[in-house]
Ligand binder design. Structure first.
Ligand code: F6R
Ligand code: MG
Ligand code: MG
Length: 374
C-alpha cells in the first residue's frame, strides 16, 4: 500500500503573511531529497501564500511517527531560517517544540490517503491560503454528490452507486459518515456550516477506494487563541471509476465565499490561481487555491502540472475580483465580516473585553437557539 501525505505549515512569511521565502523552500527541498529512497519513496515541496507543503509518498501509512517527525524537523529548521532573516511570524504554526508520536495537535496540517496504486494513478493536490478546512466542503459536495457538476455520477456505472462522506465535527471532536446520494440532504445540513463540520474523507461505495482526503486541524481550537487560519490541503484521486480530472476542477470555476482573508475574520471568494500567482496581497487576500496534478508511478511523482494555469479559469478569477469589490464595500459589517461566534476565534475578544462593563442589563436575556449536535 502507498500513502500520499501532504503536510503543511506556516513557519514565517515574506513579506508579512504573503509568501514563503525562497531560502526556506530550498532548505525543505534539500531535506526531502536527503530521505528519498529511505524514509520516502518520493517527495516534493510546494507553496501557497505563506504556507509550505511537503508532498510525500511512502509505505508507512497515515499518521506515521517517522514521516511526521521528519516533517516536524523540517518545519523547525525553516523556523530557524525565518528567525535568521527576520521573516514575519517565524514558527507561526508550531504550537509546541516537543514532538511526541505524530503531528496531531502540534499545529501543522496534514491530509493523507493510503491506497493501492492503480495501473495509472492521476491525483490532484490542492493547497489553499488564507482560509480554513471547511473551504473544501462545497467543492467536495459538488465533485462527489452533484450530477450537475459530475457527469460520471449519472453515466459511469462505477460511480452511479455514489460516495461515502466522513464528516468531522471540529467543536465536539466527533465523526459521522453519510452514504450519498441516499443521505444527501442530511450531509448538506451539516457541511453547509463549514466552520464546524468538515469533510475529512470521501470513499467510493462501488470500489471501496478512498477518493479524497483533507486536513481538518483548527489551530485556534487547539491553541485556545487566534494563531492564524488553518490554510487547508486536500488530495483527490481521479479517473477510472473516480471523478475525472475535469470534474474535480469544475467546482473551482465558481469562486465560492470562504472564511479567512484579512485577520482570519472575513468572508471572501476563493481564487483559483497558478503557482506564480499564489501570493495573497489585497486585504491579505483574496484567499487562494492552487492545484498540482500528478501521475503517480511506482510511488514516484510524474509532475506536477499547474492545473489552474488555464484561461478556462479566467472568468472565475474575474468574477472573484467583482465579488471581492462588492464584499469589501461592506467594510466591518457582516456578511463580509464573519458572524460573531466565529469572531470568538480571532483577536476580537481582547478588544471587546475592554468594553464589557459598558453593557447594562435592560431586559431578560433571550434564550439561545438550539444548535444541531450541541
Ligand atoms: C490571515 C492572516 C493575516 C493576518 C494580518 C494581521 O490569515 O494571516 O491577514 O491576520 O496580516 O497579522 P498580525 O496580527 O500578525 O499583524
Ligand atoms: Mg502567516
Ligand atoms: Mg497561510
Amino acid at each position: 500500500m502507498l500513502t500520499l501525505s501532504i503536510i503543511n505549515a506556516d513557519t514565517g512569511g515574506f513579506v508579512g503573511h504573503s509568501r514563503v521565502h525562497p531560502s526556506m523552500v530550498d532548505e525543505a527541498r534539500k531535506r526531502v531529497e536527503s530521505v528519498k529512497g529511505s524514509l520516502l519513496i518520493d517527495g516534493q515541496v510546494a507553496t501557497c501564500g505563506d504556507d509550505l507543503s511537503l508532498i510525500l509518498t511512502h509505505t508507512h501509512g497515515a499518521e506515521d511517527e517517522g514521516v511526521h517527525r521528519f516533517a516536524f524537523d523540517v518545519f523547525m529548521a525553516l523556523t530557524d531560517i525565518a528567525v535568521d532573516l527576520g521573516l514575519y511570524g517565524a514558527g507561526q504554526d508550531l504550537l509546541s517544540d516537543a514532538f511526541s508520536g505524530n503531528l496531531r495537535g502540534l499545529g501543522p496540517g496534514y491530509a493523507e490517503l493510503t491506497f493501492r496504486e492503480r495501473v495509472s494513478e492521476p491525483v490532484l493536490c490542492f493547497l489553499a491560503d488564507k482560509t480554513e478546512p471547511g473551504a473544501w466542503n462545497l467543492p467536495l459536495f459538488r465533485i462527489f454528490a452533484d450530477p450537475f457538476n459530475t457527469a460520471g455520477l449519472v453515466i459511469d456505472p462505477k460511480m452511479h452507486a455514489g460516495f461515502r462522506f466522513e464528516v468531522h465535527d471540529l467543536v465536539e471532536g466527533k465523526a459521522a459518515t453519510f452514504e450519498c446520494p441516499d443521505e444527501l440532504y442530511d450531509l448538506a445540513l451539516y457541511i453547509g456550516a463549514p466552520s464546524r463540520y468538515v469533510i475529512k474523507q470521501v470513499t467510493s461505495r462501488e470500489l471501496g477506494e478512498p477518493a479524497a482526503g483533507t486536513s481538518t486541524q483548527r489551530l485556534a481550537f487547539m491553541a485556545g487563541r487566534y494563531v492564524g487560519k488553518d490554510d487547508p490541503v486536500m488530495i483527490v484521486r481521479c479517473q477510472s471509476g473516480l471523478p475525472a480530472v475535469g470534474e474535480v476542477l469544475e467546482p473551482f470555476a465558481f469562486p465560492h465565499a470562504v472564511a479567512g482573508c484579512m485577520r482570519g475574520s472575513y468572508h471572501a471568494p476563493l481564487l483559483p490561481v497558478t503557482q506564480r500567482d499564489a501570493h495573497p496581497s489585497r486585504f491579505d487576500g483574496p484567499p487562494r487555491v492552487v492545484c498540482l496534478g500528478y501521475q503517480i508511478h511506482d510511488g514516484s511523482f510524474v509532475g506536477p502540472r499547474d492545473m489552474f494555469d488555464d484561461p478556462a479559469f479566467d472568468r472565475a478569477r474575474q468574477q472573484a475580483g467583482e465579488v471581492f469589490d462588492y464584499l469589501r464595500r461592506h467594510g466591518p459589517f457582516e456578511p463580509h465580516r464573519l458572524p460573531l461566534d466565529e469572531m470568538e476565534y480571532t483577536t476580537m475578544p481582547a478588544v471587546s473585553a475592554r468594553l464589557a462593563d459598558r453593557w447594562e442589563q435592560v431586559e431578560a436575556p433571550a434564550v439561545p437557539a438550539h444548535v444541531p449536535g450541541a
